[in-house]
Every structure is written in structure tokens, then in C-alpha cells.
Design a protein around this ligand. Structure first.
Ligand SMILES: NC(=O)c1ccc[n+]([C@@H]2O[C@H](COP(=O)([O-])OP(=O)(O)OC[C@H]3O[C@@H](n4cnc5c(N)ncnc54)[C@H](O)[C@@H]3O)[C@@H](O)[C@H]2O)c1
Length: 317
């Protein structure tokens, strides 16, 4: 197939690109190398892909409609995987307008250009953060009225709504995947596991926000990528559908358990710098993954202990 991937140079995008290429697909990767973290690191994420003749890199901004029309010109893509976004809950508090412009406006732009070019299969990267501090756990896709508590989360919910109205007007298959804290090689430097491992290896204390009782449903990157590829394959089967699907491990872990596991695995003492809970951070995430099991035949394969062992055995970037 011919697949267009936005946000291709990022953490999840670069893994998706590599796996699509490995199975023989033709991939057009798009990214603007946003400076949120090192563009050089993003380029190195794509080192393998750039050596593959079935890969084309387009440096473009998803908010630029003319650039998106150019990107979608030429042979029609069988599917789009839309991962490009301004990421991170905490930084979104300082720039809600910028997050809205890229995550909602940019998604609209990609949807419009894809629709005009006749693409009928679309997979969108949403987030567990849309559930906010929902009282009922595990979080289910059908739960009424998700209530985001950060600008980032609100933009992901608004982008899901844009995907929904696009599918209602244009048709085709639209799958919004709500990712639950992905971790693994190429992980973003702002995210907990990589940040903690870096500090622990340097003998520095790790900042722990709150009393250590917050919980996250950490999901191994290869499991996330399996889910993305299964969603792509479902989306090209010709159904007319709009689906929201959780991709998480289904096993929430407390922050104090996570840092203890990291310290044991690395064999270094645990030095903690306690800090107050941060605005925008939710108390816990916990995915109900029965819909992913039913619709995608997907189940996570990697337990946290094993993922952390694999992650810490290699250089972090
Ligand atoms: N990592 C996670 O745990 C997680 C959890 C939930 C949702 N998500 C979502 O998954 C997607 C990928 O996240 P990630 O962790 O790989 O982040 P990332 O920052 O590593 O990747 C995002 C990529 O998008 C690119 N980008 C940003 N703005 C752009 C623009 N205007 N035009 C073109 N490209 C642009 C960036 O340069 C980057 O390479 C994002 O949509 C994110 O919101 C990630």
C-alpha cells in the first residue's frame, strides 16, 4: 500500500514508518521538525527509513493548506496515519492557542487535503488524556462526556470531533486511536520513563509530582505500533465507519512503583525530588481494551517489567 504518515520523524511516527517499510509498503513521511525537542534527534529517528527507496520525506507544516494539497497531489494514498501534533500536557498550559492551531486547525487541514485527494482511510492519533479525571475506570470509548483538564487534551477531543464530522460528510473509514502513555526506544525526552532513566543514570534526583500515587497505563511502543498497523489494515477494508479505540496496556501502575522498578532495573539508588501535583496532570489513566480486542484483534504483548528491561538495555535515543 501507499501510506502517508504525518509526524513521521517523531517517537511514534518513526516506529510506524519503519514497520510499514519492513512489511513492504510505500511510505510518504511528513514532518516539520518542530523544535519542541531536538530536530537532529528526529532526523536520526528516520535514519533507516531515509536509506529505503520506498520512503519519501516531505518537510511540511500541517497547518499550511497549499503544502498539504501539494503533499496529497500525485498518486492517491491508500491511507493516512495522522500523528503530527504539538505534544505534551504541561507545555500546552503556556500555549493553548498554538496547540489549538496545530492540533485542531492542522488536523482540519490534513483532513481537507486528504478528502480532496480521494483518500478514504484515515487513522488519527488521539490520547488517553481526553478522559480527564473520569471517575469510572477503566476508561471506555463509549463513556459519556469526556472532560479534558488541559489544553492539549481539549485539542485532541476537538480533533476527534473534526474527524467525526469529516467522516460523516466525506465517508470512508475513520479510526481515532486513544494512545495511553507510549514508551520505548526514541521516546520523547519530556516523557516520564526516558526522563527518569536519564536522570538516574546521571546520579541525579528525579522530580516526582504529587505523593507518588498517580497511575499511568504505560504501553510498549511496539504494541502501540501493532495497533496502528491493525487500524490501517481495517481502515482500507472498505467499511463506512467512525470508530474511537483505546490502545493501552490495561494495567495502570503507580508512579512510586514505576520509579522503584526503574531504580531496581538500573541498579542505582532512588533519589526523589518531591514536587506538588502539576495543573493539567490527571490522577490516573487506565484503558479498557476490549474494543481494540474486538475490532482490531489487538492485545498488548509486553509487560512493563520486560519493556523497561529492553528500554534500559539500549542507548536512549
Ligand atoms: N507518546 C505518547 O505517549 C502519546 C500518547 C497519546 C497521544 N499521543 C499522540 O501521538 C502522536 C505522536 O506523538 P509522539 O509522542 O510521537 O510525539 P513527537 O513529538 O515525537 O512526534 C510528533 C511529530 O509531529 C511533528 N509536528 C509537530 N507539529 C507539526 C506541524 N505543524 N506540521 C508537521 N509536523 C509537525 C513533530 O516535529 C514531531 O516529529 C501525537 O499526535 C500525540 O499527541 C502520543
Amino acid at each position: 500500500m501507499r501510506i502517508l504518515v504525518t509526524g513521521a520523524a517523531g517517537f511514534i511516527g518513526s516506529h510506524v514508518v519503519d514497520r510499514l517499510l519492513a512489511r513492504g509498503d510505500l511510505v510518504i513521511g511528513m514532518d516539520n521538525f518542530d523544535p519542541f525537542y531536538s530536530p537532529a534527534e528526529k532526523r536520526s529517528n528516520l535514519a533507516g527509513a531515509l536509506a529505503n527507496p520506498r520512503f519519501t520525506l516531505l518537510e511540511a507544516d500541517i497547518t499550511d493548506l497549499a503544502a498539504m494539497d501539494r503533499a496529497f497531489a500525485g498518486p492517491r494514498s491508500d491511507a493516512v496515519v495522522h500523528l503530527a501534533a504539538k505534544v505534551g500536557v504541561r507545555p500546552s498550559l503556556a500555549d493553548p492557542v498554538g496547540y489549538e492551531r496545530v492540533n485542531v486547525g492542522g488536523t482540519r487541514t490534513v483532513l481537507d487535503a486528504a478528502g480532496r485527494s480521494g483518500v478514504r482511510a484515515f487513522v488519527f492519533a488521539s490520547s488517553s488524556s481526553v478522559y480527564g479525571n473520569a471517575a469510572r475506570v477503566p476508561f471506555r470509548e463509549g463513556d459519556a462526556d469526556p472532560s479534558p483538564i488541559s489544553p492539549y487534551a481539549a485539542t485532541k477531543l476537538a480533533a476527534e470531533a473534526a474527524c467525526r464530522d469529516h467522516q460523516a460528510r466525506v465517508g470512508g473509514a475513520m479510526i481515532c486511536l486513544r494512545f495511553f502513555t507510549a514508551y520505548g526506544p526514541h521516546q520523547r525526552p519530556d516523557l516520564a520513563i526516558r526522563k527518569f532513566v536519564t536522570l538516574m543514570r546521571a546520579g541525579l534526583p528525579i522530580p516526582v509530582f504529587g505523593d507518588g500515587g498517580t497511575e499511568r497505563d504505560y504501553t510498549w511502543i511496539e504494541d502501540i505500533v501493532d495497533g496502528v498497523l491493525k487500524a490501517v489494515d481495517r481502515s482500507v477494508e472498505g467499511r463506512e465507519e467512525f470508530e474511537i479505540i483505546n490502545l493501552g496496556s490495561g494495567r495502570p501502575v503507580r508512579l512510586d512503583e514505576l520509579v522503584a522498578l526503574l531504580s531496581r532495573t538500573l541498579g542505582v539508588p532512588l533519589l526523589v525530588d518531591r514536587q506538588p501535583m502539576q495543573p493539567g496532570d490527571v490522577a490516573r489513566t487506565w484503558a479498557d481494551i476490549s474494543k481494540a480486542q474486538d475490532l482490531l484483534r489487538w492485545a498488548p504483548q509486553t509487560k512493563l517489567e520486560s519493556g523497561i528491561r529492553q528500554f534500559t538495555a539500549k542507548p536512549l535515543t
